[in-house]
Design a binder for this molecule. Structure first.
Ligand code: ADP
Ligand code: TYD
Length: 208
C-alpha cells in the first residue's frame, strides 16, 4: 500500500507552515493517518543539516554547495521519514520539497537538470502526488513574514526582493509545466477559508 504524498510550496510568509498544520488536522479529523513534516529537516539528520543551511553569513555556501546540502538533507528525510510513512499507507504532508530547491537554488544560478540529477541520486527522484502552490501578492506575503519574524529572516529568506521575485516566477513556471501534479491555491483571506481551498485541491483526482 502506498500513501498519498502532498507538498506545499510558495514564497516566504504565504502561510505554508500554518496551512500544512491545518490541512493535517482536517485530514486527521476525517480519519486519515497523516505524517506532517517539513524541509529542510523532517528527520534528525536533515534537521542538523537545516542549521548549516539557514544560519550564518549570506555567502557561507556557494550555490552548488547549497544545492548539494539540500539534496543530502532531502535524501535522509526521504529515506528515514517519508518513504516509511508512505509504505504504511499514511498521507504525508510536507512543508516544502524538491520544487523549493528547483526555485531557490535555481534562482541562485544552479541548473534545473543538475538539481534533478542530485534528486535522482539522493532520493530516487521521488515526486509528490500533489503539490499545492500557495500564492499571495508579494507585499502581503512580506507583511505576514515581517509580522512573524520582525525582520530577522534566515540566511536564504533574507535575500533581496529581486531574488524572491525570481523564485516566485520559477515556482509558477513549474506549476504551469506540470498541471497534473500542481494546483495553484489563492492564499489570501482567513486561515479557515484557505484551508478549505487546500482540502479541495489536495484531494481532487482521488476517490476520497
Ligand atoms: N490566512 C492568514 N491570514 C493572516 N495571517 C496569516 C494567515 N496565514 C498565516 N498567517 C500568519 O502569517 C505568518 C506567516 O505564516 P507561515 O505559515 O509561517 O508562512 P510560511 O510557512 O509560508 O513562511 C505567521 O505569523 C502566520 O500566523
Ligand atoms: C526546502 C528548501 C528550502 N529553501 C529555503 C527557503 C526558505 O528561505 C528557507 C527555509 O525554509 P522555511 O523554514 O520553510 O522558511 P519560510 O517558513 O520562511 O518559508 O530555506 C531552499 O532554498 N531550498 C530548499 O530546497
Amino acid at each position: 500500500m502506498s500513501g498519498r504524498f502532498i507538498s506545499l510550496e510558495g514564497g516566504e510568509g504565504v502561510g505554508k507552515s500554518t496551512q500544512a498544520r491545518r490541512l493535517a488536522e482536517a485530514l486527521i479529523q476525517r480519519g486519515v493517518d497523516v505524517v506532517l513534516t517539513r524541509e529542510p529537516g523532517g528527520s534528525p539528520g536533515a534537521e542538523a543539516v537545516r542549521a548549516l543551511l539557514l544560519e550564518g553569513e549570506g555567502e557561507r555556501w556557494t550555490p552548488t554547495t547549497e544545492a548539494l546540502l539540500f539534496a543530502a538533507a532531502r535524501a535522509d528525510h526521504v529515506a528515514r521519514t517519508i518513504r516509511p510513512a508512505l509504505a504504511r499507507g499514511a498521507t504525508v504532508i510536507c512543508d516544502r520539497f524538491i520544487d523549493s530547491s528547483r526555485a531557490y537554488q535555481g534562482a541562485a544560478g544552479v541548473d534545473d537538470a543538475a538539481i534533478m540529477a542530485l534528486h535522482a541520486i539522493g532520493s530516487g527522484g521521488l515526486l509528490p502526488d500533489r503539490t499545492l502552490l500557495l500564492s499571495l501578492p508579494p507585499g502581503e506575503a512580506a507583511a505576514r513574514a515581517m509580522a512573524r519574524d520582525g525582520g530577522n529572516a534566515d540566511r536564504i529568506g533574507g535575500r533581496d526582493a529581486a531574488y524572491h521575485a525570481k523564485v516566485a516566477t520559477l515556482l509558477a513556471s513549474f506549476a504551469r509545466a506540470e498541471r497534473r501534479r500542481f494546483r495553484f491555491v489563492d492564499a489570501a483571506g482567513a486561515e479557515d477559508v484557505v484551508t478549505r481551498r487546500l482540502l479541495v485541491a489536495a484531494l481532487d483526482g482521488t476517490a476520497g
